[in-house]
Design a protein around this ligand. Sequence first.
Ligand code: SAM
Length: 459
Amino acid sequence: MATGIPKTQSQGQAASHFSDSKLNNNLDACFLYPGKMPASEILKTDRAKCVKLWSKSEQPSLANENCLYYGDNLPILASLMEDNAVKGQVKLIYIDPPFATKSVFQSRSQTDAYSDLLSGNNYIEFIRQRLILLRELLAEDGSIYVHLDENMAFYIKVIMDEIFGQRNFRNWITRKKCNPKNYTRKTYGNVSDFILFYTKSDIYVWNRPVEEWTDLRANKEYEYLEKETGRRYKKVPIHAPGARNGETGKPWRGMNPPPGKHWQYPPKTLDEMDARGEIYWSATGNPRRKIYLDSSSGIPVQDIWLEFRDAYNQNIKITGYPTEKNPDLLARIIQGSSNPGDLVLDCFAGSGTTLSVASELGRRWIGIDNSSEAIATTLRRFAKGCDRMGDFVSQQASLQDNLPDTESRQLSLFNLEESRLSPESIHEKNEMINDFALYAVEARAWELEEIQKQWIEWQ
Ligand SMILES: C[S@@+](CC[C@H](N)C(=O)[O-])C[C@H]1O[C@@H](n2cnc3c(N)ncnc32)[C@H](O)[C@@H]1O
């Protein structure tokens, strides 16, 4: 595998062209489309007027209370910008917005849940306006994950580069969303969607997710056994790319680092490592570093995630809300990019997957959705938990008559193929979640009357 030298260390024009001052939030390329509003105008968005419909706490408002909002997220996000307990305080944002599928989605009970009819520039600008406000709410060490599919992910990547800065782009995560399908179109089967991960700065909360070693993988990766200790290890080079003038460029035990390289440690440290038996010497006298299996906390997670398909098994528990995401997927993101007590926000909250997993993991949360079915589903999940998927197969009514049958089938998130229930799932327990306040935008509060009554009965 070729190893490049970071541009900052290379000589000449390329290094100056990519200097830090050029790599701020301004792209060298610019994405223009009709209807793109100036960011300054978006930041002036009218603030929503919200009324509190229910709260566990008797106190009028608590700075650290979890909040579920009903209404369009744009004016609600604008009003949260006025709240010092929220502005610049959100550690983690996960959003799973509509994907521009030109479809109306129904819940398991055939009730209309939400429509996803925006497309093209209108869609891009819809997401961009929300992202601009979300950036204001994000803490300096905060992270944002945006879940999309192949329709719009590329456009929104460019928009996110503009808003958060290319230098704050961390990963393009590919998720396997479902099992292979009987696919009749003349293309490869489509089983992936994508999560764009950005941070607000280069200092951000990061608890590296790892997978446990299996014996098979450990023995393959750490192929050597240390006779004296029985410890398993692998050998890695002791030098790194790039020449250096300091200590690490000097000879060690009479040996210079290979041309164009430097020692990974100063000679004194290498001596200490050797004294502890951590250097392997080949028969020809070449040193290599030993890395021990027992010093590894696990296999670092990479950017292809295969284990978080949405409901794929009749035993999986779901709310029945269309497009609801796998709670284990949210657990990985929340654990990786926030700590207990941190504030997590999802302004396309749907069935409340993010909110309920955030609660389970001891994070505070803010959720927003403008579908009453989403609020009803979230409250039911909070009170009653989820139900086994059983024989249900999701139905979505495509509004487009000319949408090919295979395409509408593509929208089905549920696949009845038998598969193993994830043993690590933390979502089997059904504890009531009621430590939050429910708000609605004033003009639409009446729409939640029945839902509110039901919730109060469940208390
Ligand atoms: C793909 S679903 C989210 C599903 C969610 N991740 C889950 O696990 O259940 C998108 C959600 O965004 C909501 N939504 C769409 N436009 C919105 C807006 N302008 N303001 C608030 N919510 C909106 C829809 O009602 C829908 O519930």
